[in-house]
Unconditional design. Structure first.
Length: 210
């Protein structure tokens, strides 16, 4: 019997070995695709701002399929929150703040912000972002676009109030955070959280009354 080069019979058809299918969107040998997407997102947000950045553009920068970006991050808001290491996602936090009696929303908002920033680990990226914004026009634009689209616009629409009322309320809260944690002005820097809630909540509530 005639044998072929590999010991098989001459003239016998070669056995077809199917190629191993590669997972869609993932680059060969990528050890941390999620991390690479976040790195790409930071570059895109820094270059284009929040408004002009897109899922497709971030995917292109990371050399992955857009479906893979959606796999790890549901929305552009979610990518921004993780890329900037923010301590909360508005999509999760806002329904909690908006739920409950409308006449208590000022207190819920103040308590949420002050409780969140009282945790040093959660506060650090917020303070870092505020410091960057004070010295970097590009960072200012990026943060402004994110706040306008992902936070202020949504809450104003949900409450049925002019956006300027919400902007004034958030401006006061940002001012408190800066005084308390960046300038560390006493006695606000060491004031008890409940004392600040008692002082601030009525004013914030008045802004949000509409």
């Amino acid at each position: 019997m005639t044998r072929g080069p590999a010991g098989g019979r001459a003239g016998a058809p070669e056995e077809h070995v199917p190629e191993k299918r590669r997972r869609p969107g993932r680059r060969p040998g990528a050890a941390d695709t999620r991390g690479e997407i976040l790195t790409a997102a930071r570059r895109v947000f820094a270059e284009k701002g929040f408004d002009k950045a897109t899922i497709r553009g971030i995917a292109r920068e990371a050399s992955v399929d857009p479906a893979l970006v959606h796999h790890y991050f549901d929305t552009k808001d979610g990518i921004f929150v993780e890329a900037m290491q923010l301590p909360m996602d508005p999509a999760v936090a806002l329904p909690t703040i908006l739920a409950g009696p409308r006449e208590e929303i000022g207190e819920r908002l103040v308590r949420f912000v002050l409780t969140l920033t009282s945790d040093p680990q959660a506060r650090e990226p917020v303070v870092a972002l505020l410091r960057t914004a004070m010295a970097n026009d590009q960072a200012v634009a990026m943060i402004r676009e994110f706040l306008t689209q992902a936070v202020l616009g949504r809450v104003a629409e949900a409450l049925g109030i002019p956006p300027i009322r919400l902007e004034v309320a958030f401006a006061q809260m940002f001012g408190v955070i800066m005084m308390r944690y960046i300038l560390k002005l006493e006695p606000i820097a060491s004031a008890d959280l409940e004392e600040l809630v008692e002082i601030l909540a009525p004013t914030i509530q008045r802004y949000l009354e509409g």
